[in-house]
Design a protein around this ligand. Sequence first.
Ligand code: BGC
Length: 457
Amino acid sequence: MESNNLPLIKSAFGEDFYWGVSTAAYQIEGAHEAEGKGASIWDVFSGTKGKVKLNHNGNLACDFFNRYPDDLQLMQSLHIPNFRFSLSWPRLLPQGYGSVSQTGLAYYNRLIDHCLELGITPWVTLYHWDLPHALEKLGGWTNRKVIDWFQEYAALCVKHFGDRVKHWMVLNEPMVFTGAGYFLGVHAPGRRGFGSFVPAVHHAALCQAIGGRTIRSLQPEATIGTTFSCSHIEPLRSTEKDERAARRVDALLNRLFMEPALGLGYPLQDLKFMRRIEKYMLPGDVDLLPFNFDFIGVQNYTREVVKHSFWTPFLQANLVPARKRNVPYTLMNWEVYPQSIYHILHQFSQYPNMPKLIVTENGAAFPDQLLDGQVHDPKRVAFLQQYLQQVLRAKAEGVPVTGYFVWSFVDNFEWAEGYDPRFGLVHVDYETQQRTIKSSGFWYRDFLKGEATVAAE
Ligand code: BGC
């Protein structure tokens, strides 16, 4: 594998590099009916038979709502300085707007205070997919009113937590929550079709920038980012058809939300079928889409290999599954391809007005086993080392990457896949809620303490 031959040691990334772990509210908190909380679209979706594997749901999840003091203690014991988590919108605003839940506010106040007491810096995502169900009943992301609802929610968060939270992320992976939730129907709220997808995309892209501006206006000194799912894309064959198909997939998966934020508009040149979005653009929207983010959150797990497919509606392209390519892959069937993160960091850094990049998620699900009170997960250790090596390689070549967060701190609810895929540095026994630090957790601790490692080949 191409590498930069630099030893994998924390100091090689520089003194001011941000190291952390990432989570999301619905995936860890549980307490789905805690006093004052409204239902989210994920409560409703996972409560509907047949939507999530084995009908799993996030009702209890990792019970982080109650166990956060112990979990933060564990995080501190692993020397993890930065903790990315999201706020649950319906825990704060049970109806999505209007009356505020005091219990919800008190919970996040306790959580943030506790982080700070332990010397852990909170990095807060405003929206990681758990829209209040009350808003979905009004059309959710397809209703342009979501802009007002989101602005009110963002302002509430900054007003109550901005005295202590200095790092914000507006949205988590808008391409995934609009694509899987409003086009494919495999994530909440389970809507399908182009007619839902296109307005959801436009309103999410507007909220991304408007959310940024809301934070900036109330907390000018805050560091503000937003996050994107992204994968390095390659054509299956070097034919013109596959190459053009790969370009379309790249525009859809990697560029659709980022380019409007950078002031470049939607990449409609390469995505002709998305031209219908213009129908939802009101006068002035062009100026509302950009925002000067302080950083872009890069969330990378794999690469995608693409082939032309005449029969696939709209995109006329198919992703060739890793299983069919004779390459290593994870429990999510995602190819293990460390160079993907290197290529995508380079690709993003080529935009002239790109701010700093922070890897806000990277990690892998492998079949873990708890044996004699231990979880030995060498594949995850190798995965993290190899991807980090590629981050370092990009950084050494001048890419302005300034942080890296592992997905995830603890095993958690993996959306439509339920609890089977485990991504944590810490194992969770869902019967007992017992936590066990995996070998990968110990490796990350030692790395963060400054010990050098050699990335496994
Ligand atoms: C999401 C996480 C998810 C992870 C692994 C990202 O798409 O932000 O919520 O658990 O990837 O699938």
